[in-house]
Write a protein that binds this ligand. Structure first.
Ligand code: AMP
Length: 535
């Protein structure tokens, strides 16, 4: 039945429910000028895109990738792709060549939607992507060839009607990539059925009302941006604001006020940056329309909770989830008293547990692996091409999140840290292996190890230990070279904040980097048992 289809539910169903003329989103550009798009327009534009995909012979389960900054075509193409039962993949527009290549190659992407300025990165890698049939450019007025197409020319003659095919609940839907401690990023695949959990959390966590104006600041390349910036809100017929500008304290507060945002979903790093500029905002802005603030992606420190209460004069609710869970799992929400510093309690239908190394299930106030009982609808269904990695995440009935947490006597969960080497910098996961591989490509670097270290603003920062050729000194020139290299290969997010020259990288006898030792050295702590260190 088409009624299982995310694209259909977020558009056509809303029109059928009487919301055709309601604003689905207001796109606000960097000068804070807004344009409204109704649910009828969202339905029509995504139908046109779906028809265009049919015309170029896209079939169910083909992978269509979106590599764009925030702009209306992101939403039309994302939902249009889902309507055809093809899979929508998302890429961060700051990604460098290597990061884009790894993902497109692994997913065997057939179509890429991007714009001319980003296309330069694609032209260089396209010869090595034989599966990539066509690139569609949103700012190209007319087709350039039969492989480089204009978005406008492709959609303009298409019908605004599209009959969404029967979509079984387990039909693959969205593909995100997430970084792990080792190897290349993993492709996390979800299915159309995920919408049930996503919709439920809009009700129970966001506790939305039909008149709400909702702003999720996350980029659509990350799970928060797709689940809570596209699918969740539109599955409930909510009006969203999408901001095409960059982070800027005054612009953000102007937007909150001008657009009369009632529900605001953002992240701790952004809030810390706003806190830094309290003087600029505290006097100038009262936000009478704003009802609540929500946070995700990193631990929400109690200082932020107190600041939001004092300066913005609202309550802030921390929510915990990850790419693999597809939706909020553990969370604060209205009706549950907030304990500042805690992520709250599992949401309706979710069973969470803390498992210590000695196999104890859910001891109180003891740190252990955070696991979730499998079976919620937005649970990922695969790491594509990595069956073993997928299976290794499950222990009996439980999915292991890779996070460490504690549960207190009232059933509240407290985030302790990651149980692996993945670095969470400003809410973005960075795999140390990816950064190490890229740095090793530089001729001056003979060995490297990358760790995450605590940071007041970013939560964690990327720190690289490097061993240089011929015992060179680390120079400003080398640093700039390394920074540019990582930006171009991976993304600005992955650029190390610090480079530390070391004569030798500590490794165990099988050659594995002992990050624990480096981290301890960085923090001036005792590294503990180092008996496995190679001589
Ligand atoms: P991602 O898959 O990129 O969305 O990252 C998910 C990871 O971010 C989680 O496994 C946590 O390590 C971290 N994370 C997300 N939300 C929170 C939160 N509310 N508190 C602490 N860490 C969080």
């Amino acid at each position: 039945m088409s009624s299982n289809n995310i694209g259909y539910i977020c558009t056509h169903l809303q029109c059928e429910n009487g919301l055709a003329d309601k604003t689905a989103f207001r796109f606000v550009d960097s000068d804070l000028n807004g344009t409204n798009y109704s649910f009828a327009q969202l339905d029509a534009a995504s139908n046109q895109f779906a028809n265009a995909l049919k015309e170029i012979n896209i079939r169910p389960e083909d992978r269509i990738f979106i590599f764009l900054p925030k702009q209306p075509e992101v939403f039309f193409s994302f939902l249009g792709t889902l309507k055809t039962k093809a899979v929508a993949g998302v890429l961060f527009s700051n990604f460098g060549k290597e990061a884009v290549f790894d993902r497109l190659a692994d997913a065997q992407a057939k179509i890429l939607i991007t714009k001319q300025s980003l296309f330069k990165r694609i032209e260089e890698i396209w010869p090595d992507l034989p599966g990539l049939e066509k690139v569609i450019l949103t700012d190209l007025p007319a087709h350039k060839s039969n492989r480089v197409l204009s978005y406008t020319q492709l959609v303009e003659h298409q019908s605004t009607e599209f009959l969404v095919p029967d979509t079984a609940p387990e039909t693959p839907s969205v593909l995100h990539y997430t970084s792990g401690s080792t190897g290349k990023p993993k492709g996390v695949l979800h299915v159309h059925n995920s919408i049930h959990h996503q919709r439920m959390t809009m009700e129970k966590v966001m506790q939305i009302e039909p008149t709400d104006i909702y702003w999720c600041t996350a980029d659509h390349a990350w799970v928060t941006g797709t689940t809570y910036g596209i699918i969740g809100p539109w599955s409930k017929g909510l009006t969203q604001v999408h901001f095409g500008g960059k982070f800027d304290t005054e612009a953000w507060f102007d937007l909150l006020k001008q657009e009369k945002i009632t529900l605001w979903y953002t992240a701790p790093t952004a809030l810390r940056m706003l806190m830094r500029e309290e003087d600029k905002i505290a006097e100038k802005y009262d936000l009478p329309a704003l009802k609540r603030v929500y946070s995700v992606g990193e631990p929400l420190n109690p200082e932020i909770v107190h600041w939001v209460r004092r300066v913005i004069k609202k309550e802030i609710y921390d929510t915990w989830f990850q790419t693999e869970t597809g939706g909020i799992m553990i969370t604060n929400r209205p009706g549950l008293p907030v304990k500042p510093g805690s992520m709250g309690k599992p949401i309706h239908g979710v069973e969470a547990g803390v498992f210590t190394e000695d196999g104890k299930g859910s001891p109180l106030n003891e740190s252990g692996s955070l696991r979730l009982k499998k079976g919620w609808s937005s649970m990922f269904r695969a790491y594509i091409n990595m069956e073993d990695a997928y299976r290794s995440k499950f222990h009996g009935d439980f999915y292991d999140t890779g996070d460490l947490a504690q549960m207190d006597e009232d059933g509240y969960f407290w985030f302790i840290g990651r149980n692996d080497d993945v670095i969470n910098t400003s809410g973005h996961l960075v795999g140390p292996f990816e950064v190490e591989s890229a740095l090793l490509e530089m001729e001056d670097i003979v060995d490297v190890a990358v760790i995450g270290a605590p940071d007041e603003m970013l939560y964690e920062k990327v720190v690289a230990f490097v061993t240089l050729k011929n015992h060179q000194e680390w120079t400003r020139r080398l640093e700039v070279k390394a920074r540019i290299h990582i930006t171009k290969r991976i993304s600005p997010i992955a650029v190390p904040s610090e480079f530390i020259v070391t004569p030798k990288i500590p490794k165990n006898r099988s050659g594995k980097i002992m990050r624990r030792v480096l981290k301890a050295r960085y923090l001036g702590e005792d590294a503990g048992d180092i008996s496995t260190l190679e001589d």
